[in-house]
Design a protein around this ligand. Sequence first.
Ligand code: ZN
Length: 343
Amino acid sequence: MIQDLDLIRFTTQFLEKKGALVDENEDHIHALLPLDLADILNLPEEVRLGDDDHPLLYGSPILDRLVQTATASIPVTYGAVSIPYIKKAGFDTAIAQDLSFVNGKIQIGVRAETRTSYMVITSRYVALSDERKEGLKRLAFHEPSGAIVEGFDDSIADFECMYYRQGHLPPQFSPRIGLSLLTVLKSLQSRIELELEPFLASMRRRLHRDVTNTREYYQSLAEEMRTSLAHPNLSDTQRMERQLKIDNLPSEADRKTADLQHKYDTRIQIRACAGERYLVDVAQLLLTIMYQKAKRTLPVFYNPVTRRIDPLVCESCKKTTRRIFLMDGKTNFVLVCPGCSRA
Ligand SMILES: [Zn+2]
């Protein structure tokens, strides 16, 4: 089979970048794929690309999947934020303001200056209804825990930042982060829906107006036709035909209303388009949490960018929370959000 050399090149480079072992030939590629990549591409781990089973041609399913996967990964920048001063005292007040351990007690233990990492994801959204509305929304989270840190994405612009080049990244940027892209997109969705509320409300108003107008139109039409039934010159057949039309008006009105609902139905598409990862010097505090007769220690972070203690993550549902309930767990007690405390 004759192959397009550009496609062979693209496929080789892409697979190698994703960690595959590739043997590139003139007319085919022999590749050993990492398991996750094989899953995404829906291919066996050992595969020959470019033959009749997996042709590398424009429009072939395998090429479509390769292009989709290549464009799904978003560009990421890496930087370290310069923090001119790290808070050294007054943590009792900060913790009392920012975290509440509803049914437990805490003691603040050792304080240490340390470095942790945060990520800001920028997403682009499009809301499609009778009109179209689009915009960008950012969301920041603490990488190791996955806690969403409100305000970080705005305040980070006030700080000086040194950026790293790809290939020269410090090891503090862990390949493992506490939150999956899917969870980020879900969190973004609720925030975007909130931001789109005026737009959604205007679509609902217009739908209501059009539905009311449609109902009124059909009502007055039915009345008009009913009046005309009394006309003395109508033959029996004409009267029956008119009555049938009148009888059909409600279902016709229902159809029109359903069309309108479809017209104003809003679909929201969200796509992550850029990531920024930051190393930040923070104050780490070791809390001792006491619940009934049990104790646990837990590190929390004073974040100099937001000037607040970072929120925690529910140990059951992984939601970010500043209001923490303590509950009996398998071995020791667990920290959960208000929702899980009621479950
Ligand atoms: Zn929870």
